[in-house]
Design a protein around this ligand. Structure first.
Ligand SMILES: C[S@@+](CC[C@H](N)C(=O)[O-])C[C@H]1O[C@@H](n2cnc3c(N)ncnc32)[C@H](O)[C@@H]1O
Ligand code: SF4
Length: 366
């Protein structure tokens, strides 16, 4: 079983924090979608059965009916899609209306990941989002009416997010209790407007103690109302894990199509050119859009296992590491700092370790 990721490299506006690959020039949308379909048709991975498909971006919800139809039909012609396949589309709130919902359902999407990000109008404007608070609320209502499996994305750690505003956001979510939540701490990525504004002292990053408070409040609230905190940024109700993302964390193979999309077959990793125009040109010239590839050494595989699994509830299985890689991890720094806990030779992040996950990971890498 494998997963498929389709990268839709278009957005209406550039959010100030985002370094994903996208263009705000929507004129070439149809051509890029046709190029992605050609990439799918030409790929060699025909015999795989697919159990998760994820349309991410960028903004997949801005695609027209023709564009989405072309992509979904191409996937069905090329692959055997399992009847229980988790089929997710990332949706931005401004795209939610009855016609689009009907379209997404008719194409077989059975899971929506809704990019709310914030329930505060001032913060939405600050982020340069394309939607208002009212559109976010309307999207929550409409999507929950038509889809059972809904995930929402929120961001905390914004420079001016107060404790009260964060608690209010969590209350808004509680009104709907979506099946799944992805809640990210604002990261300052190079080459973003946010990064430039911070460099120029136009914005101060949030105080560490506020960010820690928001994370703790999130964890306490989510656990109290029945979510399982199964990955550092992800919470699920009643086992409604994001199957597609869980497969990444569990080291299963996946194939990515579209500009910048990554793939992994268990032994090799490869990723596409990260530019719409160059990607299209390669496809039109009947050339591969792959930018780079690498064969993973046993050390790479062990480090990947540590990087992805440590952040999950499944943790690191020390016996598996010994059997598969012949290694004993050096746990001393993590233990001394109280970042990890161990049960039956499986280690996971402690509550404190969740706040220092990057440092804990670094300390364990071989
Ligand atoms: C690439 S976006 C695509 C989703 C969709 N386009 C949207 O904006 O709602 C995936 C998620 O990553 C998160 N994200 C992107 N950049 C981030 C950053 N710098 N810090 C924290 N979260 C970020 C956002 O929560 C976003 O929903
Ligand atoms: S956060 Fe989403 S909408 Fe904003 S630029 Fe990134 S991909 Fe586009």
């Amino acid at each position: 079983m494998a997963g498929i990721y389709i990268h839709i490299p278009f957005c209406r506006k550039a959010c100030i924090y985002c370094d994903f690959q996208f263009s705000t020039n929507l004129k070439s949308t149809s051509q890029v979608i046709s190029a992605i379909c050609l990439e799918i048709k030409r790929c060699g991975q025909v015999s795989k059965t697919i159990d998760t498909i994820y349309f991410g971006g960028g903004t997949p919800s801005l695609l027209s009916s023709n564009e989405l139809n072309e992509l979904v039909n191409t996937l069905h012609k090329k692959f055997i899609v399992d009847s229980a396949c988790e089929f997710t589309i990332e949706v931005n709130p401004e795209d939610v209306n009855y016609d689009k919902i009907k379209l997404w359902k008719s194409l077989g999407f059975n899971r929506v990941s809704l990019g709310i990000q914030s329930f505060n109008s001032t913060h939405l404007q600050w982020m340069n989002r394309s939607h208002t608070f009212d559109q976010s609320k309307n999207a929550m209502v409409q999507i929950h009416k038509h889809f059972e499996n809904v995930s929402i994305d929120l961001i905390y750690g914004l420079p001016t997010l107060s404790r009260k505003q964060w608690q209010n956001s969590l209350m808004q979510v509680e009104n709907f209790k979506p099946a799944h939540l992805s809640v990210y701490c604002l990261t300052v990525e190079n080459k973003t407007l946010l990064h430039r504004q911070i460099q120029n002292n136009e914005i101060q990053i949030a105080l560490e103690e506020e960010v820690i408070w928001q994370f703790k409040a999130l964890k306490k609230w989510a656990t109290k109302i029945g979510y399982e905190h199964y990955e550092i940024s992800n919470f699920a109700r009643e086992g409604k894990y994001a199957r597609h993302n869980s497969n990444y964390w569990l080291g299963k193979p996946y194939f990515g199509f579209g500009p910048s999309a990554h793939s992994f077959d268990g032994d090799n990793r490869w990723w596409n050119i990260s530019n719409n125009h160059t990607y299209m040109k390669k496809i039109m010239e009947n050339k591969s859009p792959i930018h780079e590839s690498e064969k993973l050494s046993p050390k790479d595989k062990l480090n990947d296992y540590i990087i992805t699994r440590l952040r999950t509830k499944w943790g690191l299985d020390l016996q598996y590491i010994k059997n598969a890689f012949g290694k004993d991890l050096d746990l001393s720094e993590c233990l001394q700092n109280g970042w990890i806990s161990e049960k039956n030779k499986v280690i996971g992040l402690s509550d404190k370790g969740m706040l220092y996950a990057d440092a804990a990971t670094k300390a364990l890498l071989v």
